[in-house]
Design a protein around this ligand. Structure first.
Ligand code: MRU
Length: 344
C-alpha cells in the first residue's frame, strides 16, 4: 500500500490526520496557509521530512491567498507566513530548509504573480516527489550496509520514521521496508515511543498495512530484547544532524543508542542530506523542542498521574556520534566522523 501523508488536491492540500491513527483513517483538508501552521503545531502532520514538505505547501497556499500584482507585497506576504511556519517546531531542520527552498524559488522567478503562484505549487510538488525518491534511495543504501549475517535480520526502530513522517516510503522504516522487500527481514521490533506513541500508533499501523512482520514493545523493554540477543541492528531517523554526526531524534533515541553500544549492536541513523545542519559543529547547539506537559500526564482524556506532580516534556534528545555506527543518506553510508565528505 502506498501511504501518502501529504497531497496537493487541485486547489488545496490533503493531509492524513496523524493524530487520529490508527483508530481512524481520515484526511484534513488544508485551504489556508495559517491552517498549515496549526496542522504542523498540533502534529496532524509530523516527522522531519514531512513537516518540511507540509511547510512548502503552506508557502504555496500563501501565494494563492494574495491578490496583487505588486511583487514586493506578494513576497512580503510569503515572508510573513514563512515566519509563522518557522515558529511551529524548532528541532527538525528540514522545516527551515524547505521554507528557504520555496522562498528562493519565489525570489528567483520572474513574471506575473499568477505565474509565480503556479511555480510555487509546482515547486512544492517537486519537493514532495524528490523527498519520496530520496527515501527509496536511502532504503537501498541502508539495505546494502546492514549486517550480512544472519540472512534474515531482526531490527529495532523507534518513533515513526516511515511513510507518514516523509512524503512516502520513510527513512529508517524505508531501510526496514527495503530489507523486507529483499527478504532480508525476519522481524522489526517497534518501540511504542512515549509520550505521543508514534511507534505504537503509526509505525505499527504502517507495518500492518504493508504486511511487515512487526512486534510492538514498550520503551522499557528494549534493553531486555537486546540482552536476550534478539536484535541484530537498530535503525532510527533524525530531526537534525550536526557536522560531527551528533544526531537529534525523538526523545528516547539516546537511551536506545547507549543500550545498543553496550550490547555491541550496530546503531544506524537514516536521514536525507536535508536533515544535516552544516552550520552546527556539534549536537549541543541543536534546539530541543519542549511540548505541552499534557502529553505526559494524559493519554487521550485519561489522566495517568496525580494533579500537582511536576512534569518535564523534552520532545527530542541528542545521540552523541560515538554511539552511531553509520549515517545512511541518499548519497551513501558514512561513519559519523566522515559526514563532512557529503557536504554539497
Ligand atoms: O515529534 P515527531 O513525531 O515529529 O518526531 C519524529 C521523529 O523524531 C522522527 O524520528 C524524525 O523526524 C525522522 S522522520 C523520517
Amino acid at each position: 500500500m502506498s501511504i501518502l501523508p501529504i497531497a496537493w488536491a487541485y486547489d488545496h492540500v490533503r493531509l492524513i490526520d496523524q493524530t487520529r491513527l490508527p483508530v481512524e483513517f481520515s484526511y484534513v483538508e488544508i485551504r489556508r496557509a495559517m491552517d498549515m501552521v496549526t496542522a504542523i503545531q498540533t502534529m496532524i502532520v509530523r516527522g522531519a521530512p514531512a513537516i518540511g514538505v507540509a511547510a512548502a505547501f503552506g508557502i504555496a497556499l500563501a501565494a494563492q491567498e494574495i491578490d496583487t500584482e505588486e511583487r514586493q507585497e506578494f513576497l512580503e506576504h510569503l515572508e510573513t507566513v514563512a515566519t509563522a511556519l518557522r515558529h511551529t517546531r524548532p528541532t527538525a531542520i528540514n522545516l527551515f530548509w524547505a521554507i528557504d527552498q520555496m522562498l528562493n524559488t519565489a525570489r528567483q522567478t520572474v513574471g506575473p504573480m499568477g505565474f509565480l503562484q503556479e511555480k510555487l505549487i509546482e515547486a512544492a510538488q517537486n519537493l514532495a516527489v524528490d523527498e519520496y525518491h530520496t527515501c527509496v534511495t536511502i532504503g537501498d543504501q541502508g539495505l546494502a550496509c546492514l549486517p550480512t549475517q544472519p540472512q534474515r535480520l531482526t531490527l529495532m526502530t523507534y518513533c515513526n520514521a516511515g511513510a507518514l513522517a516523509t512524503a512516502g516510503y520513510g527513512t529508517a522504516l524505508g531501510v526496514i521496508r527495503s530489507a523486507h522487500n529483499a527478504q532480508r527481514l525476519m522481524q522489526v521490533y517497534v518501540c511504542e515511543t512515549r509520550p505521543r506513541l508514534q511507534g505504537a500508533r503509526l509505525t505499527a499501523w504502517e507495518c500492518v498495512q504493508d504486511r511487515i512482520s512487526a512486534t510492538l514493545i514498550t520503551d522499557n523493554m528494549a534493553g531486555y530484547c537486546m540482552q536476550k540477543g534478539l536484535i541484530h541492528g537498530v535503525v532510527v531517523g533524525a530531526d537534525r544532524i550536526a557536522l560531527n554526526g551528533d544526531t537529534a531524534n525523538k526523545i528516547g533515541t539516546y537511551s536506545l543508542a547507549v543500550l545498543a553500544h553496550t550490547h555491541q549492536i550496530p546503531f544506524y541513523v537514516a536521514a536525507p542530506l536535508s536533515s544535516i545542519d552544516w552550520t552546527l559543529s556539534n549536537g549541543s547547539q541543536i534546539p530541543i523542542e519542549e511540548r505541552d506537559i499534557e502529553e505526559v500526564y494524559k493519554i487521550g482524556d485519561q489522566w495517568l498521574t496525580t494533579p500537582g506532580i511536576e512534569i518535564f516534556n523534552p520532545s527530542f534528545d541528542v545521540t552523541p556520534a560515538r554511539y552511531i555506527t553509520g549515517i545512511i543518506t541518499e548519497r551513501g553510508v558514512v561513519p559519523p566522523d566522515q559526514l563532512q565528505q557529503l557536504q554539497p
